[in-house]
Write a protein that binds this ligand. Structure first.
Ligand code: AMP
Length: 401
């Protein structure tokens, strides 16, 4: 990789500032799914095993007013992290000032300290000032002054320019490195998009075309086939003059969809048939129809012929990137298309298979095939930005080798 990684940095006795992604669900002061904390462990362990003093920064949720703060403290995360590392983790309930500086001065080699939610800086004296989210230059400079080197392992926020990622990194030239998780994301997503083993097939789904136009545009030049499922497929139907009934359609995107179809030729693979419902409800009356969808019916999942066609396109692929469900996956009666695709990806053992986005990730986990895939991206928004071919500021700010 052209960027510095944690293994390139001096760590022994160093104050190692680390940006991690601990944006985890917390209910009644208890951490729910701790996947993101677990994902950061290899880099944290590497740092402390090599005599570094790990000073961890993360955001949690969104803070827009003073009252948001108590419910979004990182304290419960410190407890969970301590259990996972099997060693004490010092939690500092503030994001700046003497209490934080003293706590850092008192650290010994191998110690771990977690700073309060970086977004506490977004509200000062009751005002929404966005110091963290707006990358306030003074804040990045101050945080950078607290350490000797910087490791960014928060891929999930790499598409955003925050003081705790871009701000710190730009104030530590030559000393800002990627952690293992970040390195892995860059390697898999980067190779898939820029240097894929072919055939390269992308599967895009989810509600809206508007969210994925940039991705489709970029991948049209790079992928061999793009399979389109989910709600976004029906804007393409409308663009082709196929009747959509009450299906989800973004009317103002029909023209863009037409342009994409013109450019794509036979690269774009749309559903042949769909599971249509008479209302947006799991208990709706349903039927499978090919092509035109009558008024009063809405397509909520791709149909069995579509699934067969998609599998046919996927079976010889050497690189597959999947983002977004094939239907309204939250309702069991419309989850089949998504689950079938997830299951099939699990059988493609000769291919590099990469999944990003919350729903597709949930699908492969539910199916128990997650460990048969090459890579599950930890960042939905960040992986989409990558697939759009756009630079991620959090990665750009990491020092070059
Ligand atoms: P996204 O956040 O863009 O990946 O979209 C995910 C959402 O798209 C999920 O909540 C799905 O329920 C929804 N979705 C997928 N297919 C359809 C469809 N055919 N009609 C309406 N919503 C859909």
């Amino acid at each position: 990789m052209a960027k510095l990684t944690v293994e390139d940095l001096p760590l022994e006795g160093k104050k190692v500032l680390m940006r991690v992604d601990f944006n985890v669900p917390i209910k009644d002061g208890v951490v729910g799914d701790d996947n993101r904390i677990v994902a950061a462990l290899p880099t944290i362990k590497y740092v402390i095993d090599h005599g570094g003093r790990a000073i961890l920064f993360s955001h949690l949720g969104r803070i827009k007013k003073e009252e948001d703060k108590p419910g979004l403290s990182l304290r419960p995360v410190a407890e969970r992290l301590s259990n996972l590392l099997n060693k004490p983790v010092t939690f500092v309930p503030v994001t700046e000032g003497k209490q934080l500086e003293d706590a850092i001065d008192n650290m010994k080699n191998g110690d771990v300290l977690l700073v309060q939610n970086t977004r506490y800086e977004d509200v000062k004296d009751g005002e929404y000032v966005k110091r963290e989210s707006g990358n306030d230059p003074e804040l990045g400079k101050y945080w950078a002054s607290l350490g000797d080197v910087f490791v960014n392992d928060a891929f999930g926020t790499a598409h955003r320019k925050h003081a705790s990622n871009v701000g710190i990194a730009t104030n530590m030239p030559g000393k800002a490195a990627a952690g293992y998780l970040m390195e892995k994301e860059i390697k898999f997503l980067g190779d898939a998009v820029d240097n894929p083993e072919r055939p390269f097939v992308a599967i895009l789904g989810g509600a809206k075309v508007s969210d994925k136009i940039g991705v489709i545009d970029n991948l049209l030049d790079k992928a061999d086939k793009i399979i389109i499922g989910g709600g976004m497929a029906y804007t393409f139907y409308a663009a082709k003059g196929i009747k959509v009934g009450n299906s989800l359609v973004e009317k103002d995107k029909i023209d863009v969809a037409k342009q994409i179809l013109d450019k794509a030729g036979d690269k774009l693979v749309l559903p042949i048939d769909n599971v249509v419902a008479d209302k947006f409800n799991n208990d709706a009356d349903t039927k499978v129809v090919e092509g035109d969808i009558d008024d009063g019916w809405m397509a909520l999942d791709v149909g069995p012929k579509s699934v067969e066609e998609f599998k046919n396109v996927l079976k010889d692929a050497k690189t597959v990137v999947w983002n977004g469900p094939m239907g309204v996956f939250e309702m069991p009666n419309f989850a089949k298309g998504t689950l079938e695709i997830g299951k099939f990806l699990g059988t493609l053992t000769d291919a590099t298979t990469i999944v990003g986005g919350g729903d597709s990730t949930a699908a492969v986990k539910e199916l128990g095939v997650a460990d048969k895939l090459t890579h599950i991206s930890t960042g939905g928004g960040a992986s989409l930005t990558y697939l759009e071919g756009n630079e991620l500021p959090g990665i750009a700010a990491i020092s070059d080798k």
